[in-house]
Design a protein around this ligand. Structure first.
Ligand SMILES: [Zn+2]
Length: 179
């Protein structure tokens, strides 16, 4: 390493130059991008990455590398929307109440920043579950209606307006620097 190079621990941080497009007809999301799929079928990408990781490999193929990057970005997006209780800190959790069988109450009005005084507002006789407002939490829900409601909350928290998600729009969202 040249002496003028600073070791920032960033050597292995790989970033893509554009969205990953599924190019073969046999892929479920042919012609769609992995970034688009993040908003529509998160579990599919999770399983693809799990498959890649479960097999021995010498070097990661482009999809493997891309999925690793993308799924990590689903966990560290900057939040600009503030806690509806204290109006100070960014939203971190959603207090959901319900069950897999009956579904959940999911909405931005149940969001909070994680401080005791803010989460306390949602505690009544039934303990709610605090789930982090990140993309992987999408997998915690069983029913499509719950998944869709959670996705609506994600879009509100990350301030993604309701116009359609395109490959480039989704890519730009996941390319913003982390929190
Ligand atoms: Zn708060």
């Amino acid at each position: 390493m040249a002496p003028e190079q600073l070791d920032l621990g960033l050597e292995d941080v790989w970033t893509p130059s554009g969205p990953y497009k599924f190019k073969t007809k046999d892929s479920r999301y042919w012609k769609k991008s992995a970034e688009w799929v993040m908003f529509h079928d998160y579990g599919y990408l999770r399983r693809l990455l799990d498959q890649k990781e479960s097999k021995p490999y010498k070097t990661k193929d482009p999809l493997h590398q891309h999925l690793e990057w993308l799924l990590a970005r689903g966990e560290d997006r900057p939040v600009y929307r503030t806690c509806p209780v204290c109006q100070e800190n960014p939203i971190k959790y959603l207090s959901v109440r319900g069950s897999d069988r009956d579904g959940y109450s999911i909405g931005l009005s149940f969001a909070h920043c994680g401080q005791d005084k803010c989460r306390g507002r949602f505690i009544t006789d039934k303990m709610p579950t605090d789930i982090p407002v990140v993309f992987s939490s999408y997998e915690r829900f069983f029913y499509k209606t719950d998944k869709d409601r959670f996705l609506t909350v994600l879009r509100q928290v990350y301030q993604i307006d309701e116009s359609p998600i395109t490959a480039n729009r989704a890519f730009n969202f996941f390319s913003q620097s982390s929190r």
